[in-house]
Design a binder for this molecule. Structure first.
Ligand code: AMP
Ligand code: MN
Ligand code: MN
Length: 330
């Protein structure tokens, strides 16, 4: 952490980026850190190439850069990569390879399987969100360097914490998470604004999409302990729904009282994307994702299968989950 503080103090221009298909933590940690740097006399750019969920569009007050060249990145002092477990999923423009980056890289994350090999790496898998790590960093720099933590910065970091912890419901919520959140609230965060955007701003087409998914595509196996759904492209087309707005779709599966593991399978370009969630740490989904070259956290993980049909992927997962549910049987 001290090495990162020195880097922030001793450099002037920063590009801040996160993982592709940005979630609340990717957006919140990138915009929060960018605001923190700009509020303290630095020149920082929030690089978010992929579209952000519609519900967050109105609360992001920091300007977002959507496109950049390798030369522009290399003319900054430092590239900061946040919340990106896999180097292959960093949300750089598709024509830029990470190997083309010649400036020092600071890699800050809370994913246990982070493989981004930065110049400086700070991986804390005990943190509920990358935004929680940034909040700790900001608090330290406020105390030791008199840096300002503005309301705008605090609100973005709060967004990251509240979304990655499911409003402090998930097992990644710790004493430090609440302390970081309390610190951010002391900076004037409007929690009503952030919670309205995160939880009370669903478009009707999404609700109809979710209702039809549950009615027509949900399957429950192993006495209801495994809830899974294949969402065909036709359902996305019918409701004009895009998974960039679908971070919480899988929650309907996890919410089922009998479910221990939930899986959602949906098309992503020509591949099959799988989202996995567990609600019991005796049955983690992280190892299942890693087995198929995916990744993530123990309780929330994902996989991308190239060149496989939905049915093939469903069968592979079914067998892997059967093994986990049987092996860990109490
Ligand atoms: P998701 O199900 O897409 O919301 O992702 C849940 C977690 O798994 C996040 O922490 C992601 O970073 C991680 N993840 C999702 N998809 C992949 C993938 N294809 N490869 C590696 N990690 C993934
Ligand atoms: Mn994330
Ligand atoms: Mn995160």
């Amino acid at each position: 952490m001290q090495a990162i503080i020195d880097i922030l103090k001793n450099n002037n221009s920063f590009i801040v980026v996160a993982h592709e298909k940005p979630d609340g933590d990717a957006i919140g940690s990138v915009t929060g850190l960018t605001a923190f740097l700009n509020d303290n006399g630095k020149k920082a750019t929030a690089l978010l190439v992929d579209d952000i969920p519609t519900k967050f569009e109105d609360i992001i007050s920091c300007p977002l850069t959507r496109m950049i060249s390798a030369n522009e990145i290399n003319s900054a002092d430092i590239l900061i990569i946040l919340d990106s477990a896999r180097s292959s999923r960093i949300n750089l423009p598709s024509n830029i390879n990470i190997d083309e980056i010649k400036i020092p890289i600071v890699n800050i994350d809370h994913h246990i399987d982070n493989n981004v090999n930065g110049t400086v790496n700070y991986i804390n898998s005990a943190a509920g969100a990358t935004a929680e790590i940034i909040a700790d960093l900001a608090k330290k720099m406020e105390v030791s360097n008199h840096w300002i933590v503005s309301r705008n910065c605090a609100e973005m970091l709060y967004l990251g914490i509240v979304t990655d912890t499911g409003s402090f419901k998930f097992t990644n919520t710790t004493c430090n998470t609440f302390q970081a959140a309390a610190y951010l609230l002391s900076k004037g965060v409007d929690i009503n604004k952030i919670n309205n955007a995160a939880y009370f701003s669903k478009a009707l087409n999404q609700l109809l999409f979710e209702a039809e998914m549950i009615n027509n595509h949900l399957k429950c196996d192993f006495d209801g302990r495994y809830a899974h759904a294949i969402i065909p492209q036709s359902l996305f087309d019918k409701y004009q729904f895009n998974m960039k707005d679908g971070e919480t779709v899988i929650e309907y599966l996890r919410e089922i009282n009998t479910a221990v593991i939930a899986a959602l399978l949906y098309p992503k370009d020509s591949a099959v994307k799988v989202s996995l969630r567990s609600k019991n740490s005796a049955y983690p989904v992280g190892p299942i994702a890693r087995k198929f070259n995916g990744g993530g956290h123990e309780m929330a993980a994902g996989i991308t299968f190239e060149n496989k049909s939905f049915e093939e992927v469903d069968k592979l997962l079914y067998d892997a989950i059967k093994e986990v549910l049987e092996k860990n049987e109490i």
